[in-house]
Design a protein around this ligand. Structure first.
Ligand SMILES: [Ca+2]
Length: 578
C-alpha cells in the first residue's frame, strides 16, 4: 500500500505537468500550469512529513493539508428542490463555507453549470456529459451512471487508494459505519473507483406508531404480536377510543402504495411476518431471491385481507395515496399506523393540533411469532463521487470531504459560524449549498442518546448544535407545551420516541439489510417496473378479497415470466462474483 500510493501520487503529479484538468482552467496562480500542479502536489504530500515534499511522505498524509498554490476544480452544482424557490447562486457559492475552504485548503470550485437536482434536469445533464466523454474534474453520479463510467476510460480508478490515504479518521468512520457494503458498492473489477457519499440506512427502519392515550383509556397493553395487534385494532374500531360517542373509528391507516415505507404503509406489517417485499434476501442456498417471491408474504396478505373484510382499514384504501390516507390519523379516526422515524414531524404532529390529548408513541414492530421482528432497510448511498482521470488533484476531492465532515461534524461553537437563516427565519446549516457531503449513519441515533442523557442528568453539554433544537422541544413538551414540543419529543425524546425504537433495533442487531447493493442489472432496468406493477395489482386484489393467496405460486410464476427469473439470475451473477 505504502509503495503503491507513492507511485500513484507521483503519477498524478507527473500527469499534472503534462495535461491540464478536464475543465481546462484548473489551476489559478503560479503562472505555468506545470509548476503550479507540482507545487500543489508536493504541498499535499509534504505538509505532514515535513521533508520538503517527497511523495513517499504522503503515506499517512495530513487530511487537513493546504495547497501552497491555489487549486481550482471544475464541477456541477445541483440545486435541491427544497431550496429552489429562493436559491441565490452568488450567496451559495460565495458563502462562508466556500470562503473557508479556500482559506484553509486553498481549493476553489469552478461550477460549469447550475441545475435543479431532478431526474430530467441535473441527472439528465450528467448523463449527457458521460455520454459525450466531457466530464468535469469531479462529479456526483448515481449507481447506474457509475456502472457506465466503470466501462469508460474517463475516470481515475485509484480514487479508493487516494481516499484511504487522505480521508480523515472521522470521514472513514462515517463512510464505513454501515459496514463494507458501502465501499463494495463502488467497487468494479476489485477496485474502488468512486467515493460513496453515505446516508443513514437505519433511519429508514419501519416502526409502529400507536396512540398511547387510547391504549390507556381502553385498558389495553402495547401489542407485541400480530394477534395482539389485531385485538388492539378491533378495540380501537369498536370501543369509541376518541370518546365522542360515535362509531367513527377504524383499526389502522393504510395507503395504496403500501410497499413503500413512508407513513400509513404496510412494510412493517410484512416484516412482522418475516416477509421482506422489495428486498433481495438470502435464498437459503447461498444465493439471493426477491423478497416478494417468498412464502412468508402469504400470511401477511391473509392478515391484511382479514383486516379489509372486517373494516379495520378503509374500504377505499386502494384510491388513497399517503397523504389522503393520513387524514385518518390526523383526524383521530385511526390510532395505529406503520411508518418511519420522521412521522412525528409529519403527519402525526397535526393530530395534536386537532386533539390536544393525542399521544402517539413509536414501538418496535410486532411479530407473528413473538420473536423480535426484523425491520428491513437498504444501503443508502446518496451519490458516488468520481474524479476525471485528467484531474491533477484527485486528493482535493478527499480534502473537501474532510472539510465538510470537520465543519458539519460536532465541531462545537464553530458550527454556528456557518448557520444561515432559512425562508422561515430559522437558523440552519446550509447543507444544500455543499455538493460534496456525506453523513454519519448514526448521527440521529447519537443525537437521541445525548438528548436522553441530558434529560436524565440535566447536563446538556454533550448535545450538539443540531440536537439542541430537538432538546428544547423535549423540554417544552415536558413543561406542558405538548403541541410545541411534539416533533422533537416524539422523534428524539426519552419516552417511546422513534429513536428509542431505532436504538432498540440497533442494540439488538435486528436490521435486515437488502443484500443487493449495486447498480440495477440490465433486465432490472428494462422489466422491474412491470414486475412491480404486477405485484401491486395482485397484492391489492388479495387484500380486497378479489384474489386469494391460494394462487400465490401461480402469481410468482407469472412474475418470473415477466422477467423476475432473468433479473434473479443477473442479481446472483453479481452476488457470486463480488
Ligand atoms: Ca368514536
Amino acid at each position: 500500500m505504502k509503495k503503491k500510493l507513492a507511485l500513484i501520487l507521483t503519477a498524478a503529479m507527473l500527469a499534472g505537468t503534462l495535461a491540464g484538468c478536464g475543465g481546462g482552467d484548473s489551476t489559478a496562480g503560479g503562472g505555468n500550469a506545470g509548476g503550479s500542479a507540482a507545487g500543489g502536489g508536493s504541498a499535499a504530500a509534504g505538509t505532514e512529513s515535513g521533508d520538503g515534499g517527497s511523495a513517499a511522505g504522503a503515506t499517512d498524509a495530513d487530511p487537513y493539508f493546504k495547497y501552497e498554490e491555489p487549486v481550482t476544480l471544475t464541477s456541477f452544482f445541483e440545486i435541491s428542490p427544497t431550496i429552489m424557490a429562493d436559491f441565490d447562486q452568488e450567496e451559495a457559492t460565495n458563502s462562508l463555507f466556500y470562503q473557508q475552504l479556500k482559506e484553509e485548503a486553498n481549493i476553489s470550485i469552478d461550477w460549469k453549470w447550475f441545475a435543479a437536482a431532478t431526474a430530467d434536469d441535473s441527472v439528465q445533464k450528467k448523463s449527457v456529459a458521460i455520454a459525450s466523454g466531457d466530464i468535469p474534474d469531479f462529479m456526483i453520479v448515481n449507481s447506474a451512471q457509475l456502472s457506465l463510467l466503470a466501462k469508460s476510460d474517463l475516470i481515475n480508478r485509484d480514487i479508493g487508494e487516494i481516499f484511504d490515504a487522505y480521508a480523515s479518521d472521522k470521514l472513514k468512520e462515517w463512510t464505513n459505519s454501515d459496514g463494507e457494503a458501502v465501499l463494495e458498492s463502488a467497487k468494479y473489477d476489485g477496485q474502488v473507483i468512486a467515493i460513496p457519499m453515505v446516508g443513514s440506512s437505519i433511519d429508514l427502519a419501519p416502526m409502529l406508531w400507536i396512540r398511547r392515550d387510547w391504549i390507556e383509556k381502553l385498558g389495553l397493553t402495547m401489542p407485541e404480536t400480530m394477534d395482539e395487534l389485531y385485538d388492539v385494532m378491533v378495540a380501537f374500531r369498536d370501543q369509541d377510543p376518541d370518546g365522542n360517542g360515535k362509531d367513527d373509528t377504524i383499526g389502522m391507516v393504510f395507503n395504496n402504495n403500501f410497499l413503500n415505507a413512508s407513513f400509513g404503509d404496510g412494510v412493517g406489517l410484512f416484516n412482522g411476518f418475516g416477509a421482506y417485499p422489495r428486498a433481495w434476501i438470502e435464498d437459503g442456498n447461498g444465493g439471493l431471491m426477491y423478497g416478494t417471491a417468498a412464502e412468508e408474504n402469504k400470511a401477511a396478505l391473509d392478515y391484511l385481507a382479514k383486516m379489509y373484510q372486517e373494516g379495520l382499514i378503509e374500504q377505499d384504501f386502494s384510491s388513497n395515496d399517503e397523504s389522503k390516507a393520513s387524514e385518518a390519523a390526523v383526524s383521530s379516526r385511526a390510532g395505529i399506523q406503520y411508518g418511519l422515524m420522521w412521522n412525528a414531524n409529519f403527519p402525526l404532529n397535526t393530530t395534536i393540533q386537532n386533539d390536544p390529548e393525542a399521544d402517539w408513541v413509536a414501538i418496535p414492530l410486532p411479530s407473528a411469532t413473538g420473536e423480535a421482528a426484523r425491520p428491513q432497510i437498504a444501503l443508502r448511498v446518496i451519490g458516488y463521487v468520481v474524479v476525471n482521470k485528467k484531474c491533477e488533484h484527485p486528493e482535493a476531492v478527499v480534502r473537501m470531504l474532510n472539510f465538510w465532515v470537520d465543519k458539519y461534524a460536532y465541531s462545537g461553537e464553530e458550527y454556528k459560524d456557518y448557520l444561515v437563516e432559512d425562508a422561515n427565519g430559522a437558523l440552519m446549516f446550509p447543507m444544500h449549498w455543499v455538493m460534496l457531503k456525506t453523513w454519519f449513519p448514526l448521527k440521529n441515533l447519537t443525537i437521541h442518546n445525548d438528548i436522553v442523557e441530558a434529560l436524565e442528568t440535566g447536563d446538556n453539554s454533550k448535545v450538539n448544535t443540531e440536537g439542541r433544537v430537538s432538546y428544547e422541544d423535549c423540554l417544552k413538551y415536558i413543561d406542558g407545551d405538548r403541541a410545541g414540543g411534539f416533533s422533537g419529543m416524539k422523534t428524539f425524546g426519552n419516552d417511546m420516541s422513534a429513536f428509542d425504537t431505532i436504538g432498540y433495533y440497533y442494540d439488538n442487531d435486528l436490521f435486515l439489510m437488502n443484500e443487493f447493493t449495486t447498480a440495477p442489472t440490465p433486465t432490472m432496468g428494462q422489466k422491474m417496473s412491470t414486475v412491480e406493477d404486477k405485484i401491486m395489482e395482485y397484492y391489492t386484489k388479495v387484500i380486497m378479497g378479489i384474489e386469494s393467496t391460494d394462487t400465490y405460486d401461480d402469481f410468482v410464476n407469472e412474475l418470473n415470466a415477466l422477467g423476475l427469473d432473468q433479473i434473479t439470475q443477473e442479481v446472483n451473477e453479481w452476488y457470486t462474483s463480488k
